[in-house]
Design a protein around this ligand. Sequence first.
Ligand code: LLP
Length: 425
Amino acid sequence: MHHFTRIEGALYAEGVPLEELADAIGTPAYVYSTATLTRHYTLLRRALDVHHDAFGGGLIAFAVKANPNLSVLATLARLGCGADTVSEGEIRRALAAGVPASKIIFSGVGKTDAELAFAIRAEVRQINVESAAELFRLMVIADALDASPAVALRVNPSIGAGGHARITTGGALDKFGIPLEQALDLYEIAHQSPNLTPVGLACHIGSQIVDLAPLEAAFAALRDATQILRSRGLPVTRLDLGGGLGVPYHGQAATPSIDAYAAAAARALEGLDVEAAFEPGRLLAANAGVLLASVVQVNERPDGRRFLVLDAAMNDLMRPALYDAYHEIQPVYDQGGEPVPYDVVGPICESTDVFARERVLAPLEEGDLVAFMSAGAYGAAMSNEYNSRPLIPEVLVNGEEWALVRPRPSYDEMLDREIKADWLD
Ligand code: LLP
């Protein structure tokens, strides 16, 4: 559930009409809802608290990649949320937003030496190591820093899952994680190193997962691996169950409930006496954001096909172009009228700049506003300046108030970031 609702035909973000925001900051723009972020975090927190013992409390570490906006992170941090990070930039963002280092997990398949050293110095909660090569590099770096960072090994359980082949991470051919057998041996090696403190295992098999079965299989694999490691006399105190739970982009309740997800995880961890961590990204942020756009024009072809050309494009919201992702599109003012099919497109010179084909919408005209729903995760986060379109602004709404939390750069600001080679002057 989210807090973008219609009042007398007009779409609101909590207590603020989206039209007011469009007037104030222009379009396109991302709009986030504090109440929705809070609601999702609280629902997950409560669901985990039901199984407090199985999870040893349980840390929620928001996957920063889903929405790295500082105000979004700070909103979650104030609720007690930690952060799952995959770069020095993300660690810095999490710290700047007020997430304590003790709640920051550092994941990622290609952490550089500099990033590993930064994470050690920052004293993050744990580094999730994803390969033998990384483990050995980390040993050397930690030795040089005279440190012994907490390490979890991310295993690849050969269970891929997710809403699209391009967002699967746990399959045998995926680049992520360490094959289970190898992870068991590496754990022992890590244990013998004075410069590593192995604390447990981690796993993340994919994203937009709408079926609990593969997640349960992955959790069971972690459980089995824990028991094997312990039978070899190796301590395992933490299990990181990753993120991946899907959200209902189509509006229907096709996704597992948060309670069912927590119960499944608890069944796997029951009696293990470990501290669990969860790394949700989409679950917390997707429905907490919309992309607000204006209709530039409607191009009608002689054959009747209508192209709804928006001022937002694939550089602002890549998910449809990249994964054929579906985002519900709502007119900000529902003026009634017989709905008609539109090909909803952006102005970019690429034929993949299509948000939806033959989407049936209430009639729209030049200047009308539309909102892409469920755009709070992997929306602004993945945007870029293709076609020299400056990054679009982000707004955070909180009840009746709102704040521009990332302004729209001017064209000069965009150009001023570059330096012309001196021989071209
Ligand atoms: N933990 C790790 C190690 C991850 O790689 C990811 C996401 C997450 C947690 C959070 O997963 P979530 O709970 O959000 O499913 N850009 C794609 C999604 C890519 C996800 C990558 N990893 C999209 O727009 O659908």
